[in-house]
Design a protein around this ligand. Structure first.
Ligand SMILES: Nc1ncnc2c1ncn2[C@@H]1O[C@H](COP(=O)(O)OP(=O)(O)OP(=O)(O)O)[C@@H](O)[C@H]1O
Length: 309
């Protein structure tokens, strides 16, 4: 493997004596999309901000393109694109003027018209940033992050709050950046975004990496079949679990939302037969019953739990 575009080793960041990043290691490469996932408050943004030179680590090493984000900020700036979670854009200027201004700061910017077209910025080009909707502001922030043809792009929740059309435009752009050799490091709460885009997924919780790999690795390392059932809420899970037990397996049943159930652990043809028989005995109609592979969301919830943060 070539030298990583981003290398973080033993990163620690404390606020008021509390470590919100607590010995985090992460490596991201050129030409790959690295997705950082984790519950609210896990330390994702803080980690990314240390890479962007916006926060000073309390311990550990952060290198971006082999350079120190703080000490070598001047050298790094033209090579790194940053999209912050809160936009971080000046609010008093018109959208198009802002993007043109940012483009002028780079030696070889992407053509602004083309970028505006593909991210649909034309519709609000003359609107001041302060009056843009959340999704419009996000699109403008993304355009500003990539207009300078960065070698590394840090995108903090790039498609948060966007409509589906914008989201697809963002995803296409991210794929294109990756194909051009850019190291894209993004945070997201959208599991389908990570599944679709990420070459490498890093799951962070309580300031440390708790799992990483390709989506395929992460999903395959879990029990790979999940039975999903929609039916009336409040089924007796203990009785159901007993009914599904066979000599070879003892599946686990959960009601993940009212009326929405999952069964995992040795799901096979007998599990499905036992389940439908159990439902029929109770005169309960399944409105949906599927058996499929575990999704990244299943794995994420297994790793980080269901408790709200
Ligand atoms: N400037 C600050 N002062 C004090 N605490 C902070 C500061 N910035 C962040 N924190 C705390 O650090 C923790 C990690 O925050 P961070 O923004 O890195 O989480 P995150 O994983 O990006 O979360 P989210 O998914 O909600 O964006 C949180 O508990 C947050 O309240």
């Amino acid at each position: 493997m070539p030298t990583p575009a981003v290398e973080i080793a033993g990163l620690v960041k404390r606020y008021d004596g509390r470590a919100v990043v607590d010995g985090l290691d992460l490596v991201a490469h050129q030409g790959r999309v690295t997705a950082v996932l984790g519950p609210n408050g896990a330390g994702k943004t803080t980690t990314i901000e240390c890479c962007e030179g916006l926060r000073r680590p309390d311990d550990g090493v952060v290198r971006v393109l082999g350079l120190d984000p703080l000490a070598d900020a001047h050298e790094l700036r033209p090579q790194v694109g940053v999209m912050l979670q809160d936009g971080g854009l000046p609010t008093g200027v018109r959208a198009a003027e802002m993007l043109e201004h940012v483009a002028r700061m780079y030696a070889d910017p992407r053509p602004v018209d083309e970028l505006s077209e593909r991210l649909g910025l034309g519709a609000f080009a003359r609107t001041t940033v302060r009056r843009l909707s959340g999704g419009q502001r996000q699109r403008l922030a993304l355009a500003a992050a990539v207009v300078g043809r960065p070698r590394v792009a840090f995108l903090d929740e790039p498609s948060a709050g966007m409509d589906p059309q914008s989201r697809h435009a963002v995803w296409d752009l991210v794929r294109e950046l990756r194909d051009e050799g850019v190291a894209v490091v993004l945070t997201t709460h959208l599991m389908d975004e990570a599944e679709d885009l990420a070459d490498h997924v890093v799951v962070v919780d309580h300031g440390v990496v708790i799992a990483e790999g390709s989506v395929r690795d992460l999903v395959a390392s879990a029990d790979d079949r999940t039975l999903r059932l929609d039916a009336t809420p409040g089924l007796d899970l203990a009785t159901l679990a007993v009914a599904l037990r066979t000599s070879g397996s003892a599946p686990e049943v959960n009601e993940i939302a009212p009326g929405s159930y999952t069964v995992v652990g040795g799901v096979d043809a007998r599990t499905v037969a036992a389940l439908t028989a159990w439902l029929a005995e109770r005169d309960v109609l399944a409105t949906r019953l599927t058996v499929g592979r575990r999704t990244l969301e299943d794995v994420f919830l297994d790793l980080t739990g269901r408790t709200l943060r």
